[in-house]
Design a protein around this ligand. Structure first.
Ligand code: HEC
Length: 236
């Protein structure tokens, strides 16, 4: 067996090893914290960047502003947005009643609209559009607390999409509401893709029809079918 060194040597050895670990840790820590005022700059990284920040002064220009106006007549890439049907939902100052060019009302389009509606709109408006989504229910609960609304709660009831006035909205207006919001409702233009917003608008109209259909809306060859079913229901 190899004889062990004296205890004090082992002890000092462990202490020395621990002490040696300190400098690399300190260096790593300092390196990871950006600081322009550090005395010794070994790696510059991007600590010093000659630039003018917005709202700062720039003596190069006569008006002394660093922030410049866009050159007159220029348009940022992807921001032409001249097609008012596509972007605003309006044609010649009136709400569009059809989908913009390039989109068509297919079962797939409506299915996409349904999926997006269920994700983004149903939380407030409810899956069937009656204004009874989960968020809305919870907010109403907080509002109807026996000692008055729970502190800091104020809420406007999410509108029923089957409200007679809402039912009259044209496709383009529904698209515009999904994009820009309306009164107390915020817009979803930043979260939902353009084409998906049109799909949602189309689906909202499908939802409205689904809750307000008459027998005449059912194709004649399927009507008999419906009646049989309901009679069966009654027999049960
Ligand atoms: C956070 C809750 C919330 C979400 C999510 C929401 N809405 Fe609303 N919505 C409201 C409220 C609240 C109103 C009523 C606003 C008012 O009357 O001030 C409203 C009103 C509406 C109206 C009726 C406008 C009118 O003419 O009175 C439509 C249509 C509508 N929303 C569509 C949508 C669509 C489409 C989506 C999904 C893209 C959506 N909403 C998502 C809360 C919401």
């Amino acid at each position: 067996m190899i004889p062990l060194p004296p205890r004090w040597m082992i002890f000092t050895g462990i202490l020395a090893a621990c002490a040696l670990a300190i400098p690399p840790v300190v260096i790593a820590r300092v390196r990871a914290t950006p600081d322009e005022n550090r005395a010794v700059h070994i790696f510059f990284d991007m600590d010093f960047q000659p630039k003018f920040k917005s709202q700062a002064e720039n003596p190069l220009f006569a008006d002394g502003r660093a922030q410049r106006y866009a050159v007159a007549g220029t348009v940022a890439q992807g921001e032409t947005m001249l097609d008012s049907h596509l972007y605003e939902g309006a044609v010649n100052g009136k709400w569009a009643e059809t989908l913009p060019e390039g989109m068509s009302m297919t079962p797939e389009f409506l299915a996409r609209g349904q999926q997006r509606y269920n994700i983004y709109c149903s939380v407030c408006h409810g899956y069937a559009g009656w204004g009874d989504g989960t968020v809305n229910k919870r907010a109403m609960e907080l509002m109807s607390n026996s000692e008055g609304p729970v502190q800091g709660t104020s809420w406007v009831q999410a509108k029923s999409l089957h409200d007679p006035l809402v039912r009259e909205h044209q496709l383009g207006m529904l698209y515009n509401i999904a994009t820009n919001g309306i009164r107390n409702m915020a817009g979803y233009g930043a979260q939902i893709d353009l084409e998906d917003r049109w799909a949602i608008a189309a689906y909202v109209q499908a939802l409205q029809l689904s809750q307000d259909a008459s027998l005449q809306d059912v194709p004649p060859e399927l009507r008999a079918n419906l009646q049989t079913n309901s009679t069966q229901g009654e027999v049960k």
